[in-house]
Design a binder for this molecule. Structure first.
Ligand SMILES: Nc1ncnc2c1ncn2[C@@H]1O[C@H](COP(=O)(O)OP(=O)(O)O)[C@@H](O)[C@H]1O
Ligand SMILES: O=P(O)(O)O[C@H]1O[C@H](CO)[C@@H](O[C@H]2O[C@H](CO)[C@@H](O)[C@H](O)[C@H]2O)[C@H](O)[C@H]1O
Length: 440
């Protein structure tokens, strides 16, 4: 007879959001909360499970619906059968759970028909866009952490100040759990949020790729995105803590870059010979002027921005880089991290076109100056709208860009080895003599 945890162990390894790729989870049910169900045939249980197979152990959030029968169309979402012989379903696809989720956030409506977002995701987004009501999206976090989730707190702070550059935040769900593996105290963390589902938008990454493939420039869009980025930074600086970067902060950043590089060089052998040159760029940044620290997006790239049909940009997914600990992602940080992230993304557009070109002749046709022009336009837009003069921070921006490219090399080696040449080429360029001569 299978227990719920047995069923989940098998099923989780097949889910896109399971982070322990290639490992069998070793799950402990840290908390299972029964939620009031709008459907008397459905029992809703929201599990928080610690996966001890991961080091350090991670916490997963898995809402499950138990039913006596299999409703029509629900076969693909069956997790298994538990010790009571009940059928267990993935809550994200079960209307009893999705409706209960909206009720918890006090945003339920008449028509609660929903669909799960089809794209590749680290979390699970459920879209409610049918019926006459304003469309909304509920995102359930799959990896949960004790403490604030910046994907809730940052857009909430911006929404409450009237910023339209993020989707309007509507509500969130938190949970409490006891996790003896981590702490003797009861912990609290965010499980989900609901926000406006922005319609008539294009994903920035797809839009940029398409534009480049057509042979068109992206400078107008990039300039506007630079301005929007600066406006969001200003909003976050108004709403949340800001302080000058102390020597201690700067030393901490530089040490963090070195540490990340040490991990990356063991994962990516091609980085080893570049290490001394990378470290020289990091060390130079220690003596450069630093702008004030504040809360930032944290994992800023073209896949995190949506362009409305009016041309305005909207920023989503403020969770920060998934490979960094939450403690780091909820501290004040340098806005240059976001600027550098987006600069890398323009470079990725050209990199991915070169990477997917069928042969040398096709590679020849790729306009490698496209990203240079988009990057310059983005910086111009940012400078126009910001109090930070990026021109005075060239050396520091290069160090942040290098750190991001090193992170990407690690990310690609783990997730998409065929893409590894893109960040590696960037690292080589950023440590080149030609680039060094352009720095003040
Ligand atoms: N409020 C929203 N309105 C419209 N589309 C959205 C909204 N939030 C997210 N999306 C779309 O869903 C995708 C995945 O959302 P994201 O927050 O990045 O999830 P994850 O954290 O799982 O990567 C985004 O890239 C975007 O295309
Ligand atoms: O899953 P997230 O969106 O939080 O971010 C991770 O995955 C991204 C890839 O989807 C990765 O971004 C890298 O590839 C993008 C193209 O697919 C490119 O636009 C980005 O510039 C590049 O960093 C991101 O780094 C990673 O954290």
């Amino acid at each position: 007879m299978n227990t719920t945890v047995d069923c989940l162990t098998d099923w989780m390894t097949r889910q896109r959001w399971y982070a322990g790729k290639g490992r069998v989870p070793n799950l402990v049910d840290v908390s299972s909360e029964n939620w009031a169900s709008p459907d008397e045939d459905a029992r809703i249980v929201v599990h928080i499970l610690r996966d001890l197979a991961n080091n350090p152990p991670s916490l997963y959030h898995v809402p499950v619906v138990a039913r006596r029968t299999v409703p029509k169309g629900m076969g693909p979402y069956l997790i298994g059968r538990d010790e009571n012989d009940d059928y267990l379903f993935d809550g994200a696809h079960d209307p009893a759970y999705t409706s209960a989720l909206l009720r918890r956030m006090h945003v339920h409506r008449g028509d609660e028909h929903s669909r799960v977002h089809a794209g590749e995701q680290s979390n699970t987004s459920i879209i409610f866009d049918q019926g006459g009501e304003a469309p909304l999206v509920a995102k359930i976090f799959r990896l949960v952490h004790a403490g604030e989730n910046p994907d809730v707190t940052l857009p909430s702070a911006l929404t409450s100040r009237g910023y339209r550059q993020v989707p309007r935040m509507l509500g969130s769900v938190t949970a409490h759990w006891d996790d003896p593996h981590r702490s003797s105290r009861t912990e609290t963390g965010h499980l989900a949020f609901a926000q406006e589902f922005v319609q008539d938008v294009r994903d920035g990454w797809e839009l940029a790729l398409e534009t480049a493939a057509r042979g068109d420039e992206f400078t107008v869009e990039a300039e506007r995105l630079g301005r929007t980025t600066a406006v969001v930074h200003r909003g976050l600086a108004e709403a949340m803590p800001v302080r000058p970067a102390t020597l201690g902060d700067i030393v901490g950043f530089v040490a963090g870059w070195h540490q990340r590089l040490a991990v990356a060089t063991s994962d990516v052998p091609a980085l080893r010979e570049l290490r001394p040159a990378i470290e020289a760029v990091y060390d130079a940044a220690q003596d450069a002027p630093w702008p004030a620290l504040q809360r930032i997006h944290g994992d800023f790239h073209l896949g995190q921005v949506l362009r409305r049909s009016s041309g305005e940009w909207v920023l989503v997914d403020f969770e920060g880089e998934p490979l960094r600990p939450l403690e780091e992602r909820t501290r004040v940080d340098s806005p240059l991290r976001d600027v550098a992230g987006m600069l890398r993304s323009f470079d990725y557009v050209v990199g991915s076109r070169l990477n997917t070109a069928a042969d040398a002749a096709a590679r020849e046709t790729v306009d490698t100056g496209w990203s240079h022009r988009a990057r310059a336009a983005f910086l111009d837009g940012y400078i126009r709208e910001s109090e930070i003069d990026l021109r005075a921070h060239r050396a520091l921006l290069d160090a942040f860009e290098l750190d991001k490219a090193v992170y990407e090399a690690m990310y690609e080696a783990r997730n998409r080895p065929a893409w590894l040449p893109i960040p590696l080429a960037a690292v080589r360029h950023l440590v080149s003599a030609e680039r060094a001569s352009a720095r003040p």
